[in-house]
Design a protein around this ligand. Structure first.
Ligand code: ADP
Ligand code: MG
Length: 696
């Protein structure tokens, strides 16, 4: 059997495979396209297509697909075979440069938020040579962007790539001011993916899980996560088998799955790959999610990627570790020399300003119906965006702002001029798990994204907001050199830090005091996704995206519409499933049980007229009152749902789902859950939380 290193990357048409299979002149031209974004020559495209096809066929591929990310955030593919009949009964396997570069899916069924209607009915997919093609189930998958014929982005990838370009341009300007050599610059991302695994048998018996990905009903299990025994605990054999197969498949696809462990909640796990450039990292994350869902079934399991499958039990997030690499240098590495330190401070200041100025957009970027259940639930950051720097860096920022000397742990007083910012953070280990945006030594960890989402929006916003900060710095310092530059840079750092200090918070982000304090500081707190979506279309946001060519106005509006619609559709589905389950699954079962109790009461009374039937009659009474309450909650939800579902305006509809329908859903759930714990287990029609979370 091949070793892991032999199998690693065999199913991906990587840098290496390209080099090996392309004539060196062609390879050089392709590299120019990849690294510098130069348009691809048709001749080169043909050569690349041929090499790719030969490689793929050699590995058993029969089809190819343009693999893209429509605005739903998930991935889409339509398979075309390489087959080309010759008309004499024979057929060749062909694949042209044109087919590689451009595809034309029937785009009419993808969400476009009205964009296609405004512009051009058709959309096309365009090869993204910066993310490697790969083979999945006999299909050569070619990562592509998806656009309208007039060039509007209809997908998640295009604006991400534009934001990476904008960031690269501004980073290069700043590095030039520092006198550094020209290097390729890229945002880097490492995503930690959390997920649940439950047994397929239990899953199939719960319509709520099957149709919405989360349990809409369910009393708390007898045991939750309070013993803290699951986190990093021994991995049970079935799950281990699943993880092994997953690692194997990911490694073959060149995805560097690195860390796997049990998470805090029972049946919850995590996988983290080694980071790479943001574009590829997001493609990899989407492939990983798909593989997880698919491979779970090989082990009789189902992988839940919803942000909050179980009430009262931790939900799943997807930490977005973000940094910027210039060549092999990580720009958030404090560095060894004073000049490196100054550069670090400039970039750090840029992030602090970016996150403060665009906190609303960041919150918006991760807003979804599912993530609303997670944020602020004492398991994930609150809906308030803030930055954690840690003691040491925090003290340095304080010192810079106040003009006092900084004393590090060794009590070495430092002059905060350009010359002496020593190597202060190398071993910085402090962690704050409650912070939404935490500096973790040489990168930032954005902890708000939910497990089910696509990280493109969040990174598009971080990159663009950062480009804006850096642009202001570069504009201000343009032309300054030597000591003058150093002085001006420090002045910029001090001024900007003091302007944006309010966003820095090192305390407990889960506490109610922080909500109070954040309000005093003027930080935003959008409790629901419905509220947060609005930030997308504010003038400030349109200006930012416009300035850097990341999204034009119609593109922003279309995305806003798609997000709202998705939110409303999901809540509509949840309401329907809830009502149907209450009516057709739970109430009949509870009534049946009540009937049995009533029959018992009668039977005993007949046999023994003076028997003490307090327990039985109290239970019967509780069941009947409970059924009445549940039915009232059901009627209330039904009326409200009908009313809200008929609202025309998507924003108003979303607001009312969030503020009125969700609480009504909660009331129905509470009524049914209350009955679950007094109903005979044998009569309960679906697997309970105990069954779902503690399987063997
Ligand atoms: P922790 O678990 O303490 O948060 P890890 O070292 O396990 O830290 O990193 C978590 C994730 O961050 C991994 O996916 C890792 O590859 C990624 N990461 C590390 N360095 C960077 C970087 N410079 N840019 C982006 N992601 C990074
Ligand atoms: Mg982490």
């Amino acid at each position: 059997m091949a070793t892991v290193s032999e199998r690693y990357g065999t199913l991906v048409f990587s840098e290496d495979s390209m080099k090996e299979r392309l004539p060196s002149a062609t390879h050089k031209l392709l590299e120019k396209t990849i690294k510098e974004g130069k348009p691809l020559d048709p001749e080169v495209a043909n050569a690349v297509a041929h090499a790719m096809k030969e490689w793929a066929i050699g590995l058993g591929a029969t089809h190819y697909t343009h693999w893209f990310q429509p605005l739903s955030g998930m991935t889409s593919e339509k398979h075309d075979s390489f087959l080309n009949p010759l008309g004499d009964g024979r057929a060749l396997m062909t694949f042209t440069g044109k087919e590689l570069i451009q595809g034309e899916p029937d785009a009419s069924s993808f969400p476009s938020g009205g964009l296609r209607a405004t512009f051009e009915a058709r959309g096309y997919t365009a090869w993204d040579p910066t993310s490697y093609a790969f083979i999945k189930d006999e299909v050569l998958c070619i990562p592509t962007a998806f656009c309208s014929y007039t060039g509007e982005a209809l997908d998640k990838k295009t604006p991400l790539l534009r934001s990476m370009g904008a960031l690269e341009e501004q980073v290069k300007r700043v590095l030039r001011l520092f006198g550094e050599p020209e290097r390729h610059v890229s945002a880097t991302v490492g995503s930690e993916q959390e997920y649940f695994l439950i047994s397929e048998k239990s899953y199939e018996r719960r319509q709520d899980l099957v149709l919405t990905g989360r349990t809409l009903f369910g009393a708390p299990p007898c045991k939750g996560q309070e013993l803290e025994e699951h986190y990093f605990g021994a991995i049970r054999p079935t799950v281990n088998e699943f993880m092994k197969e997953l690692d194997d498949e990911l490694w073959a696809l060149g995805i560097a799955a690195k860390t796997k462990h049990n998470e805090v909640a029972p049946a919850q796990h995590e996988l983290a790959p080694i980071f790479t450039n943001a574009n590829r990292a997001i493609d990899e994350n989407l492939i990983t999610m798909e593989k997880m869902r698919l491979l779970a079934s090989h082990h009789g399991l189902v992988c839940l990627q919803h942000e909050k499958p179980f009430e009262g039990i931790n939900g799943s997030g997807k930490h977005n570790n973000w940094s910027i690499a210039a060549g092999t240098t990580n720009l958030f590495d404090p560095g060894d020399t004073p000049m490196d330190n100054l550069r670090f401070l400039v970039f750090l200041t840029g992030v602090i300003k970016a996150v403060d100025d665009y906190q609303d957009l960041l919150r918006m970027s991760i807003a979804s119906a599912g993530n609303d259940h997670r944020l602020g639930a004492d398991e994930a950051p609150p809906a308030i965006v803030s930055i954690f720097l840690g003691d040491e860096l925090g003290a340095i920022v304080d010192a810079l702002v106040t003009g006092h000397d900084y004393e590090n742990a060794d009590k070495v007083a430092m002059d905060l001029g350009v010359t002496v910012l020593p190597n202060f953070l190398k071993d910085s280990t402090d962690r704050n798990r409650t912070s939404p945006f935490a500096f973790t030594g040489n990168k930032f960890e954005f902890r708000m994204p939910g497990s089910g989402g696509n990280l493109s929006d969040a990174n598009m916003i971080i990159n663009t907001a950062m480009a804006k900060s850096l642009k202001e710095f570069a504009d201000e310092l343009d032309g300054k050199k030597g000591e003058k530059f150093g002085k001006a840079a420090i002045a910029y750092v001090k001024r900007t830090l003091s302007d944006h200090r309010r966003i820095i918070f090192d305390g407990n982000g889960y506490s109610s005091e922080w909500e109070e304090e954040a309000r005093r500081r003027g930080l935003s707190n959008y409790r629901t996704a419905a509220e947060a979506f609005r930030c997308f279309i504010e003038q400030k946001s349109l200006d930012l995206f416009g300035e850097f060519g990341v999204l034009n106005e119609p593109e922003v509006y279309s995305r806003y519409e798609v997000k709202l619609e998705k939110y409303n559709k999901l809540l509509n589905i949840e309401c329907r499933v809830m009502k149907r389950m209450a009516r057709r699954v739970f109430l009949p079962a509870i009534n049946e049980y009540a009937c049995r109790v009533a029959q018992e009461v009668n039977a005993v009374r007949e046999a023994m007229p003076h028997a003490d039937l307090v327990q039985q009659t109290t239970l019967l009474d509780k069941l009947l009152t409970g059924v009445r309450d549940a039915d009232e909650a059901l009627q209330a939800l039904d009326a409200l749902h009908r009313e809200v579902a008929s609202i025309e305006s998507q924003q108003e509809k979303a607001d009312r789902y969030a503020c009125e329908v969700l609480p009504a859903m909660g009331a129905l759930r509470a009524a049914i859950d209350g009955l679950e714990i007094i109903t005979d287990r044998a009569h309960w029609p679906v697997p309970t939380y105990n069954d779902l979370l503690f399987y063997s």
